[in-house]
Design a protein around this ligand. Structure first.
Ligand code: CA
Length: 381
């Protein structure tokens, strides 16, 4: 079997209502999709994570100019060899950020192709599923221009509860005093039952984050995500020693080498690599092995279109609880509820929440089919 072509599809569309998080305003949703074609006629799909402020053309250019020449003509079953070649040949201008982000999409497409060729879901190729479904938590709570906070957030929290969520994550990082009141108001509104997490998207320094952490301890926060900059691993260690709230981070880290420091220095309680950015299946299973050796749980970061969502569910299926037990601490699915015009249409609405759970797709490869009409509708050059 040979890879005969690698195509990138850059999809982008403006949002009807732009939304803000602590780093800025999001005006568009975009996706970089990778389509891998083989001489057997088997096609594989992958996705590179596109953050709210990330131009999708960067990953597409890296794939087109740097990665495509490495994988075209090769056997997709040599997926480990191809990953190491892609990393090694881009190391002088890669290692973190856009290049591993691009490699991730190619790697996911290769694994999807292998699954389709063998008529097995990717989680079977990776050694099987620890679970057939996962508990999702609602990611949302982005700010809109004309809305009033925290009243708007209380309404949104009640909507998530009504649609079946029992866990949700607030966007914070808008000023310590404002955050304290905001978090407390939402916790009071939803009661003590649901899990509540907060995410500052690294808006604070250690001093500001410490004040916030101390103030929200009574609000029973499940984890505090990216309180400070991802470059400040010592700062994470300092904060972690001061609080019983779990610290979580990882969406801005890449490859096993990048995660080595986070894991071996026990910088967080919950690791959050993004499958579509940290290196795809090939690398994230190694990050998972690294985390397992330090007994550190993983709940992946997920913020893509339906292809990234399906791939992340395949990865989630394979994560061993840390530790395995009768009632272990289970990984959750980050289930983005913010505006995204083509997230579900792209996969024919195949992934849904039922009874408060999201099922792991069991079809071949990623387990979803791709709607080419949607690609044509949102494609940009
Ligand atoms: Ca986050």
């Amino acid at each position: 079997m040979k890879i005969t072509d690698l195509k990138t599809h850059v999809l982008t569309t403006p949002l009807d209502v732009p939304f803000a998080f602590s780093m800025g305003w999001v005006h568009r949703r975009s996706a970089v999709l990778v389509e891998l074609i083989t001489d057997d006629g088997v096609v594989g799909w992958g996705e590179c994570l596109c953050h709210g402020l990330q131009p999708p053309q960067i990953a597409a250019a890296i794939i087109e100019h740097a990665l495509k020449p490495i994988v075209v003509g090769q056997d997709p079953f040599d997926v480990e060899v191809l990953w190491e070649r892609m990393y090694n040949l881009t190391r002088p201008f890669g290692q973190k950020g856009a290049v591993p982000n691009a490699i991730s999409g190619v790697d996911i497409a290769i694994w999807d192709c292998l699954g389709r060729a063998l008529d097995k879901p990717v989680h079977k190729l990776l050694g099987g599923a620890h679970r057939t479904s996962v508990q999702p938590y609602a990611t949302g709570f982005y700010r809109r221009k004309d809305a009033i906070y925290p009243a708007e957030a209380v309404d949104e929290a009640r909507r998530h509860l009504a649609s079946g969520f029992d866990a949700m994550k607030l966007k914070v990082g808008f000023g310590v005093e404002e955050d304290i009141d905001y978090i407390h108001t939402v916790r009071e509104a939803i009661g003590r039952g649901p899990k509540l997490m907060v995410d500052a998207n690294h808006a604070y320094n250690v001093g500001a984050a410490r004040r916030l952490l101390m103030a929200i301890e009574p609000d029973d926060i499940y984890w505090f995500e990216e309180p400070i900059s991802p470059e400040d691993i010592d700062g994470y260690r300092e904060l972690k020693s001061l609080t019983r709230i779990w610290l979580a981070a990882g969406e801005n880290e890449f490859t096993k080498v990048g995660f080595r420091e986070w894991v071996s220095r026990r910088a967080v309680d919950m690791l959050q690599p993004d499958l579509c950015s940290a290196g795809g299946f090939t690398e994230c299973r190694k990050i998972a092995a690294l985390a397992q050796a330090w007994h550190m749980p993983i709940t992946p970061h997920v913020w893509g279109s339906g292809i990234g969502l399906a791939a992340s569910l395949q990865f989630l299926a394979t994560l061993a609880p840390a530790p395995l037990a009768l009632k272990p601490v289970e990984p959750m699915l980050e289930y983005d509820q913010s505006a995204h015009p083509f997230r579900q249409d792209l996969i024919f609405g195949a992934i849904t929440m039922q009874g408060g759970r999201v099922a792991i797709p069991t079809g071949p490869g990623l387990g979803v089919d791709v709607n080419r009409d949607v690609i044509e509708r949102y494609r940009t050059q």
